[in-house]
Design a binder for this molecule. Structure first.
Ligand code: ADP
Ligand code: MG
Length: 235
């Protein structure tokens, strides 16, 4: 579902070249739940942005559901992203001047999805915000805002969901709720989930865990089922 071939990212930093991601080849199967861990600055967000086509790699090819994105036009890429990818950010990225309901509805209307109004309400129900649709982001807690963002990311039922520290700004209770929502969506809809987290307990519950350090994959492993059940992050 996601395939990166010799993907790297190098940026200019003053007169120096800074390698944010060293050449990386990675394949993630449909429906797999992969966690990405690593110290701050190790390239996790860069990996997700490249995968989403939000940023261009310096070298390499990126395939989403079989389609190579680095050679696509902006329009084609935007179209593909709209169909295939949901993205959830640590800081929610809701539009403050729109209500919760509108934050979910408006992107669907822009994409021309039929039945958007009914679907937006269903999505609010699914994330447990049935009666909060008329509230603005500033009137919602962090956990509630992130649930709106999840509903928005799922509006189009994308096969790929990318989440960059989605629980990073939440307390443990709200974080757990948001995490369960994501895991359930992965399990029930077969959504391929790539999730960056600092929380090793959460990371240990993924099918697979990728560890980055200084722009390199230093570990790529599948936590054992029994260990997953006791929430261990060991492989
Ligand atoms: P992480 O998400 O693991 O904390 P990032 O992917 O955000 O790491 O960043 C990796 C490294 O690359 C960091 O040192 C960051 O400062 C640097 N970096 C990211 N984007 C840019 C950029 N556009 N220009 C220069 N440096 C960048
Ligand atoms: Mg980051």
């Amino acid at each position: 579902m996601i395939r990166l071939v010799n993907v790297s990212k190098v940026v200019a930093s003053g007169s120096e070249q800074l390698t944010i991601l060293h050449s990386l080849t990675l394949e993630i199967a449909r429906g797999q739940f992969v966690s990405v861990v690593g110290p701050s600055g190790s390239g996790k967000s860069t990996l997700l942005s490249l995968t989403a086509g939000l940023d261009a790699p310096t070298s390499g090819e990126i395939y989403l559901d079989g389609r190579e994105i680095t050679s696509m036009s902006e329009d084609d890429l935007a179209q593909l992203r709209g169909e295939k990818v949901g993205f959830i950010f640590q800081s929610f990225h809701l539009i403050p001047s729109l209500t919760a309901y509108e934050n979910i509805l408006v992107p669907m209307e822009i994409m021309g999805i039929s039945g958007a109004k009914i679907r937006a309400q269903q999505l609010l129900d699914e994330v447990g915000l049935h009666d909060r649709g008329h509230h603005y982001p500033s009137q919602l807690s962090g956990g509630e805002q992130q649930r709106v963002a999840i509903a928005r990311a799922f509006a189009n039922d994308p096969p790929i969901l990318l989440a960059d520290e989605p629980t990073g700004n939440l307390d443990s209770r709200n974080g757990a709720h948001v995490f369960e929502l994501l895991v359930n969506l992965n399990r029930e809809r077969g959504t391929t989930l790539l999730l960056v987290t600092h929380d090793h307990e959460l990371a240990g519950r993924a099918d697979r865990r990728i560890t980055l350090r200084e722009g390199r994959v230093v570990e790529d492993c599948e936590p054992k089922q029994t260990e997953r059940e006791v929430l261990s992050a060991e492989c």
